[in-house]
Design a protein around this ligand. Structure first.
Ligand code: CAA
Length: 294
């Protein structure tokens, strides 16, 4: 490596088979990322319907790419051929790394990590894509905290380049380096971040999104705020467009964690965000959020 440039991370563990737990937007995108990079992916969900949803998400993305002249039907079939869905966590017994992308709920994740500890082979890396929950606690739910790490992707995972890599005080250096090598190998940019709620990006991003909602509650038009931000800062989306992509349920869970951890009065979730979630207006995935997608 040139002076001042860190040496490229190396694989200290062999990674051939990747497990993904979850079937939501993030999980589906993460399954696509690994399969696209040539990995065999075993993904686990709670029902056949949800497993089918993952294939549906990926197929739609690949069809859109093919329509734009990027990739062929053959590439699509090869990619889909690397996927195996299962409703049983036991299917993860042989994978080299699991990336967990279930709901942003600590109790659910603690229970899952206990199961992964029991099911996964010794030396398998247990990664979480949580955006705001303490990874240290997930490590402590296992008998192998040295193998537990954060691998935080952004939505839409197939497009967004960044992956925050979060080690705890227990994570081994080899696991950290392997995950950094894997991140580079799937075409992403890894950035190390500390194990605090929100890491780097969400700690800065979600208070801004929450403030945008409060601004609208004060009477400013959504479309005006979206337009102002897009035109001024060249953000790719205005705050309400982005909230609808991320999902209001996800945004509320993140904002609650940030409020709980930092206690900043301004971090209290905006009333309209809470109301949207209660009304089931979660964003693009339900056809209505701050904007309509009918
Ligand atoms: N899945 C896969 N690919 C997608 C996609 C999706 N959901 N949406 C768009 N794309 C692809 C398109 O196919 C297109 O690919 P090509 O260039 O290869 O043709 C590319 O992305 C650009 O898409 P478009 O031209 O249709 O639209 P765009 O230029 O508006 O880009 C966008 C779309 C990339 C989503 C862009 O609007 C953007 O960057 N938005 C901001 C997203 C963001 O900030 N995400 C972070 C959210 S925070 C978070 O994720 C935290 C968390 O913990 C959940």
């Amino acid at each position: 490596a040139a002076a001042g440039e860190a040496a490229a991370p190396q694989f200290k563990h062999d990674i051939a088979k990747v497990g993904v737990v979850g079937t939501g937007t993030m999980a589906s995108g993460i399954v696509q990322v690994f399969a696209q990079a040539g990995y065999e992916v075993i993904y686990v969900g709670r029902s056949q319907d949800k497993l089918d949803g993952v294939v549906g998400y990926i197929t739609k993305n690949l069809d859109r790419a093919i329509a734009k002249g990027k990739g062929t039907e053959g590439d699509k079939d090869a990619l889909l051929g690397r996927l195996t869905g299962s409703t049983e966590r036991e299917a993860l017994g042989g994978v080299d790394i699991v990336v967990e992308a279930i709901a942003e709920d600590l109790e659910l994740k603690l229970e899952l990590f206990g199961d992964l500890d029991r099911i996964c082979k010794p030396g398998a890396i247990l990664a979480t894509t949580t955006s705001s929950l303490p990874i240290t606690k997930l490590g402590e739910a296992t008998g192998r905290p040295q193998d537990v790490i954060g691998m935080h992707f952004f939505n839409p995972a197939p497009v967004m380049k960044l992956v925050e890599i979060i080690t705890t005080s227990a994570t081994s250096a080899d696991v950290d380096e392997t995950v950094r090598a894997l991140t580079a190998n799937v075409g992403k940019v890894g950035v190390s971040a500390g194990d605090r709620a929100g890491f780097i990006v969400n700690l800065l991003l979600f208070p801004y999104l929450n403030d945008a909602i409060k601004l609208a509650e004060g009477g400013e038009e959504l479309a005006t705020i979206d337009a102002a931000i897009k035109e001024t800062a060249a953000f790719p989306m205005g705050p309400f467009e982005l909230l609808d992509v991320v999902g209001n349920d996800v945004s509320l869970a993140i904002q609650k964690e940030l409020h709980g951890e930092f206690g900043e009065p301004g971090f209290e979730p905006a009333a309209t965000l809470v109301a949207k979630v209660e009304a089931g207006e979660l964003g693009r995935k339900t056809g209505k959020g701050f904007h309509d997608y009918a």
